[in-house]
Write a protein that binds this ligand. Structure first.
Ligand code: ZN
Length: 82
């Protein structure tokens, strides 16, 4: 769910389609990962999802979102049971 208002300045000038990346890697998007078994040497069971970036067109505040938070939450729950 993307924001309709800036969390910092309350402006509604939100740019929801920005991509955050390294300078030389314009076409490589960022991902976030939660490991179901982070202490394992192998088979850590990483669950990945893309990072979506929204920027305030007024103050420049950057808001980052995981595209599939439910998958990350499930991985985190599995991590707590391990
Ligand atoms: Zn703002």
């Amino acid at each position: 769910m993307l924001p309709v208002q800036c969390a910092m300045c309350r402006s509604d000038k939100i740019i929801p389609t920005a991509t955050i990346h390294e300078m030389e890697k314009r076409y490589e998007r960022l991902m976030v990962t939660v490991y179901t078994n982070p202490k394992a040497v192998f088979a850590k069971g990483g669950v990945d999802t893309w990072v979506t970036c929204a920027i305030c067109g007024e103050c420049g505040h950057i808001m980052l979102y995981a595209e599939d938070p439910q998958a990350l939450w499930q991985a985190y729950q599995a991590q707590q049971k391990g």
